[in-house]
Write a protein that binds this ligand. Structure first.
Ligand SMILES: N[C@@H](CCC(=O)N[C@@H](CS)C(=O)NCC(=O)O)C(=O)O
Length: 315
């Protein structure tokens, strides 16, 4: 995996992703334009395209918003292969992992089209504007929010009255859970790992408690906050528990969280975005630090279709 410097892809990846204490640091997204109802990026059906990978949890949140808001026709997608190469995220020339929009061989080719030339990491998701042939955004939180606001005037995923509460959950979920599993899995010192795991499971315990008396995180209906939590839950038992050593408990050991996750799975559109075998293939890719031989474990088998006790009303 490489980086891009002034529009040219360099297969050598010089960027350190841990600080001096061995703690993982996530690079910041830099392409951050917005689709709004009154700006130059208007919410027009057919205008935008998403470059994603099924196994990427950050891409997953954008796919969830697209699915539950019924935008699968309005916003098209290209799906990169689950295992990255020295070219980073790559596509086949045909089939499910090809790129119908730009016929790119790798996601870095999409970034190479930026003016001025892009410098930085080559990440998914990427929201592409077919009109200007430029990237609108490579920040999943922004993409999810712009789908929720610009493409849904009713703001069902982010009701005005609950916006502050949703933002509060998003902050907690991002730092302690979504990125928390990465802080555990990518730690390069015992202290950094211990601290990440302790914080991750404390946050899961807090949410388990909250869900004892609530159907969802906010207001007992589906909101963006649920879509921000779900990708980590969907990968927890098949990937993070073992590949990232997040093993104090499994998701299925939490009665409320597990019931809530299965209830989310029943919301129309969500099940189609859940791909446990692809998560395994991606997270158990060959890695000198974590899985030198790239062997993919057989289990565990997680039963997402076991009926939940709670019901989440569809949007
Ligand atoms: N801030 C970005 C982060 C996305 C991200 O880290 N994606 C990972 C895949 S799960 C990636 O593409 N990593 C490639 C790299 O960092 O070189 C977002 O949330 O959109």
């Amino acid at each position: 995996m490489g980086v891009m410097i002034n529009g040219t892809y360099d297969v050598n990846d010089p960027a350190p992703n841990t600080d001096a204490s061995g703690a993982y640091e996530r690079a910041k997204s830099t392409l951050r334009n917005w689709i709004t109802t009154d700006g130059s990026y208007l919410p027009q059906a057919g205008r935008y395209h998403l470059f994603v990978a099924w196994n990427c949890p950050w891409a997953h949140r954008t796919l969830l918003a697209r699915a539950v808001l019924n935008l699968t026709e309005a916003v098209s997608i290209s799906i990169a292969k689950p295992r990255r190469t020295d070219q980073g995220w790559v596509f086949d020339t045909s089939g499910a992992y090809s790129d119908p929009e730009l016929s790119a061989h790798a996601v870095h080719e999409v970034y190479a089209r930026q003016t001025p030339g892009y410098t930085g990491r080559i990440t998914v998701p990427v929201l592409w504007d077919k009109d200007t042939e430029q990237i609108v955004s490579n920040e999943s939180a922004d993409i999810t929010r712009m789908l929720a606001l610009a493409f849904d005037p009713a703001r069902r995923l982010v009701p005005k009255a609950h916006e502050a509460e949703i933002d509060g959950w998003n902050t907690l979920i991002h730092s302690r859970i979504n990125n928390g599993v990465y802080r555990a899995g990518f730690a390069r010192s015992q202290e950094a790992y211990d601290s990440a795991v302790t914080d991750l499971f404390a946050a899961l315990d807090e949410i388990e408690d909250h869900l004892k008396t609530r159907t969802t995180l906010v207001g007992d209906t589906l909101t963006e906050a649920d879509l921000r939590l779900f990708p980590t839950l969907a990968r927890f038992d098949v990937a993070y528990h073992y590949a990232f050593k997040c093993n104090l408990k499994k998701l299925s050991d939490y009665p409320n969280l597990w019931d809530y996750a299965r209830a989310l799975y029943t919301v129309p559109g969500i099940a189609k975005t859940v791909k446990p075998d692809i998560y395994k293939a991606g997270y158990f890719s060959p890695s000198e630090l974590r899985n030198p031989l790239g062997i993919i474990p057989t289990g565990p088998h997680v039963n997402w279709t076991e009926p939940p006790d709670r019901t989440i009303p569809p949007l």
